[in-house]
Design a protein around this ligand. Structure first.
Ligand code: PMP
Length: 357
């Protein structure tokens, strides 16, 4: 197979072993003579996979009692609406730290008053806005812990007087977190925890059943809690691959070990940008830098060389480093499964390019 370094922002690189196990299960699941995508979702085989996957979530994140782990369709985008449907009675507070947060805010407004208590839109979301004055009459505070497009991440914890809700699509399982500080954590799986096609929701049951409105059955978290995410036909393939991805995380030594490796990768690239490069410069405020999505551009002097570098990097096997159109330049996503050698290869490629000028 061709050797590439996959820096895609999501869907993205997954642990090779998880992909191989899934490929094998696609051909023959556990010697059943059937493919993973041919079995019944009510079969013992799939129930075991579903239960194991839930158990791994609980183990890796030390999820306390009173919380449920759900696997749902519709991506993180459906959660932008499902969340306020279930939790927003009159008012909710939101932090606008990027375009995904903005999309979440738009949906929440359909359900009640939304107080945007912090925003970094004034500087194209290049920093994580300070969170203060959380209104005590809000039903919850919504944050996006990692802004995939702008390469900023919330560092440090928030003490919220109201339930804290987080979109963790792009930094879940990149480090240990204290789940007890949150009311709901959700995201699309297609970065650190699996392929596209499934969203995860970790929800504190005590928060549910408080809103007055009628909730359609499929959009009611309680439906999926009661049925262990098997109310309707689940995305069997995506859940299987997610389970294999979580097994790999566990085999690496869990989230402490994963976090240390992620820190090393980020330090390697940010270190080069800060201490060595005259050509490339990071776009995110230093205090807000993401460990998952590293955004950088060429300085004014070399701006016209961006296209050329993209071509050089591509020829060297670097995939997916073109920046999002909202930021331009480059974005290297360094999710869990990307090895340190991938970042080292990218830095080497940048160094060599720079030498030419
Ligand atoms: N939130 C964040 C932080 C994201 O990065 C993304 C997707 N990249 C989404 C939400 C939307 O996820 P989905 O495509 O699963 O709806």
């Amino acid at each position: 197979m061709k050797q590439v370094y996959n820096f895609n922002a999501g869907p993205c690189i997954l642990p090779r072993v998880a992909v191989e196990k899934t490929a094998q299960a696609l051909l023959d699941l556990n010697g059943s003579g059937m493919s993973l995508i041919e079995i019944s979702h009510r079969s013992k085989d799939f129930e075991a996979i579903n239960s194991e996957c839930i158990a791994l979530w609980k183990e890796l994140l030390s999820i306390p009692d009173g919380y449920h782990v759900l696997f749902l369709g519709g991506g993180a985008s459906l959660q932008f609406c499902m969340l306020p449907y279930n939790l927003l009675g009159a008012k909710a507070a939101y932090v606008e730290s990027g375009s995904w947060a903005k999309k979440a805010i738009k949906e929440a407004k359909l359900f009640g008053e939304v107080a945007v208590i912090a925003s970094s839109s004034d500087k194209n979301y290049s920093y994580y806005p300070a969170i203060a004055d959380i209104p005590r009459d809000a039903d919850y505070l919504h944050i996006t812990t990692n802004n995939t497009i702008y390469g900023t991440e919330l560092h440090g914890s928030i003490d919220s007087p109201v339930p804290l809700v987080a979109d963790m699509s792009s930094d879940i399982m990149s480090r240990p977190i204290d789940v007890s500080k949150y009311g709901v954590i959700y995201g699309g799986a297609q970065k650190n925890v699996g392929p596209a096609g499934v969203a995860f929701v970790i929800v504190k049951e005590a928060l549910l059943g408080k809103v007055k409105r009628a909730i359609p059955t499929m959009l009611d978290y309680r439906t999926h809690i009661a049925e262990k995410s098997l109310f309707n036909t689940p995305p069997v393939f995506a859940v299987y691959a997610m389970c294999e991805t979580l097994k790999w995380i566990k085999a690496q030594g869990g989230l402490q070990a994963i976090a240390a490796l992620n820190r090393k990768k980020a330090d390697t690239l940010y270190g080069y940008l800060d201490n060595e490069s005259k050509m490339f410069v990071g776009t995110a405020d230093k205090a807000s830098r993401s460990l998952m999505n590293i955004c950088f551009v060429m300085t004014e002097q070399y701006k016209d060389k961006e296209e050329e570098f993209l071509n050089v990097a591509k020829a060297a096997g670097m995939v997916g480093i073109k920046g999002h159109r909202s930021v331009g330049g480059f974005r290297a996503s360094t999710y869990n499964a990307l090895p340190l050698s991938g970042v080292q290869a990218l830095v080497e490629c940048m160094r060599e390019f720079e030498k030419k000028f």
